[in-house]
Design a protein around this ligand. Sequence first.
Ligand code: SAH
Length: 411
Amino acid sequence: MGRTDRRRPATGPSAGIAADHGCIELPAFLESELRTGHPWVYRNHVPTQFEATTGSWVCAQVGRLRLWALWDDESPIALRVFSREQQPTADLIRRIVEEAVHCRQTLKPAHTTAYRAINGEGDGLPAIVVDVYGPYAVIATYSSATQTVLPWVVDALDHVLSPRGILHKRVAGEPNQASKPELLQGEAPPRDLVVTECGIRFYADILQGHKTGLYLDQRDNRQTFARFASSGAVLNLFSYTGGFSLAASLAGGAVTTNVDGSQPALERARDNFRINDVDSSAHEFTVADCYDYLSQASRSQARFDAIICDPPSLARNRAQLDHALTAYARLNSLGLRLVRPGGYYAAASCTAQVTPESFRHTLAIAAQRAGVSAQIVHEAGHAFDHPVNLGHPEGRYLKFLVLRVFDCKRR
Ligand code: SAH
């Protein structure tokens, strides 16, 4: 459960305006959560008579803690905390950006020109993500309240990275429902921009691709998967532009089958094979619904040495959690049936509402339904350049497990 529990009422004597400080007063039970770094306050924990316009700085007092947050009139998260010391200034934002960019020198792997430079709450800039694609920087914002700090972020990025162009995408709901990018500074990127990820070349379509162009959060997991899937037949479910397949193929010649509902994504996957000098004619690219594909493959008794299953988020809110768990169980039970005994099955979940524990449990149910047994050989989250605030568990949305799969009768 989120630390600032939406279901707890905000009524009571402490939920008022502390006029002497010019700060709003928040319920005392939030103090320990906010003190340990949780950056969100839900609307029902804010005094009901309080009014402000989206993007205003609000000073809030909770117990002995004072903090400064951006007000959002639209989202269930009414306040996003930016500072516990002062009302944020351009200087403070520049220091945060500099620190985040500086530590990427260690967090991003060698031969990598596409990386996350700022991971929102994880880097102290709530609802603001910055991805770098070679000479371009893409800012994705998850709340219109961030408009107040956006010019400061642009100035800071210009100062530390001197990008050729800075773009902005507004995200409402799912990351792939982002607005068309707006050019804030410099020049727009070409459609055929090529970046590298651990030495692998990828087209990055910042203007029309999903998220900010590529799914950078899975980079380290693509490398890990390649270790277990470097040879034999590999199935990449929800392949997008073929990232997991290329890592596997380049690691040892795996022959991949890429399945995705998007034809343009698969065309780009082929292009990505080509620019890495991998003959795409040896690989399959199938435009299909993955659930249909799996049912069909099961009927025809297809078998693979390794499978990666990386669906899009299956829930937007807590109310959809049960539905998401049911879908994960069904999808993964269909997938697990297709692994040759002794082979590997990598399962990913980017649904924030699904905890690592419940995802593991769902995979156990899926294995039982598939009539196989499985061991966890590896478990991870996002790539290293997506750090998570220790006091903000909601920030860790990505789950990634590699399972070794056996025939049930063998155990
Ligand atoms: N694994 C990819 C990212 C996957 S993103 C990577 O490493 O880059 C999820 C992908 O699922 C998107 O490309 C989207 O087009 C595809 N998708 C969503 N629903 C689908 C469905 N029901 N069947 C097939 N593909 C689907």
